[in-house]
Design a protein around this ligand. Structure first.
Ligand code: SF4
Length: 326
């Protein structure tokens, strides 16, 4: 078993809804409600679900861009809330980097590639200019770019190359973990595989952990070791990626997979009937009682609208939150 690098324990994020001049709190948006997961060293956990499921909020909590309402983040077994500001700055932030969905918007168009990639080294280390120059060339080589690319500007690159630059920047400080927010969804389909392969190669070379935020199941199946399916602020199914893709149990997971038959091997596609979900995801301001998915679930029974299902371990590598699996 791989070592656990980061653990989310019962993470919750509620935003107050305020009204009037006095900003009186009149309700709470329950963006994340008690989710738990682990990210292992050298492996990939993907958070999957429709927009509004809470994937991005979870990533922001891990990147310390959002405060937790409750719960704990453990880094190498230690509670992050007990870290001093200096320790967060020196030990956590450099080790937990991110790559955004759109590489274009996350780069300063007036900076050359060597400065974009080298900036984290200037800010966070005492390396000399020469050392930084050498390190930048080394990282550019790692991500499949050439030395001459260092003096160019972002607009001189294709989308795939810009994503390589963004990855290079994220790797500058030799992190343990990278949060990848929809790492290939903004790219042409023809170059997605190249970037996914690059990310997998880099993971192997550097023993990197990835937290991937994605809605495209083909990407998730290709990249992940572990998958967490999210719906309306909760994890509803969690486990080893291949186990979940081959044996989905939660009705929501089954619907997601049925809507994306392309990700299944050819011999399995014929047997898959697309499951059409009713309606839209309800508002997290007022989530449905009982199972939050019951308003859209094709398998709901009477208890589903009243009793909240618990997360159950159905196999060593598979957990599901549904009354049908008790
Ligand atoms: Fe559907 Fe009921 Fe299971 Fe929820 S608990 S997913 S409503 S069957």
């Amino acid at each position: 078993m791989a070592e656990v690098l980061l653990e989310g324990q019962n993470l919750t994020k509620h935003y107050p809804v305020t009204k009037g001049l006095l900003q009186k709190t009149v309700g709470w948006v329950r963006a994340i409600d008690g989710i738990s997961f682990t990210v292992e060293q050298g492996r990939t956990l993907s958070l999957v679900g429709e927009s509004g499921a809470g994937k991005t909020t979870t990533a922001k909590m891990i990147l310390l861009l959002e405060k937790l309402t409750s719960g704990k983040i453990l880094y190498k077994g230690e509670d992050l809330s007990k870290f001093s500001a200096a320790r967060i700055k020196s030990q956590y932030r450099p080790n937990v980097q991110s790559v955004q969905q759109n590489p274009w918007s996350s780069m300063n168009p007036r900076m050359r590639v060597r400065d974009i990639v080298g900036e984290p080294l200037v800010v966070n280390t005492k390396m000399t200019k020469q050392e930084i120059r050498e390190k930048v060339l080394e990282i550019l080589d790692d991500v499949g770019l050439k030395a001459e690319h260092a003096s160019l500007y972002p607009h001189e690159f294709s989308g795939g190359q810009r994503q390589r630059i963004a990855v290079a920047r994220a790797l500058a400080l030799n992190p343990n973990m990278v949060v990848l927010d929809e790492p290939v969804s903004a790219l042409d389909v023809s170059i997605r595989a190249q970037i996914m392969n690059l990310l997998k190669d880099l993971q192997e070379q550097h023993n990197l952990s990835y937290l991937v935020i994605a809605h495209n199941l083909a990407t998730v199946r290709y990249m992940s070791h572990t998958v967490a399916i999210m719906y309306l602020g909760e994890i509803v199914e969690y486990g080893e990626a291949e186990e979940i893709f081959q044996n989905p149990l939660h009705p929501y997971t089954k619907a997601l997979i049925s809507a994306s038959v392309l990700v299944l091997p050819e011999d399995e596609t014929e047997e898959i009937q697309q499951i059409i979900l009713k309606g839209e995801m309800p508002s997290p301001l007022n989530p449905p009682p009982g199972c939050r998915f019951h308003t859209r679930c094709n398998e709901a029974s009477a208890q589903c609208s009243e009793a909240v299902p618990e997360m159950r371990r159905v196999k060593e590598n598979h957990q599901v939150k549904c009354h049908h699996y008790v």
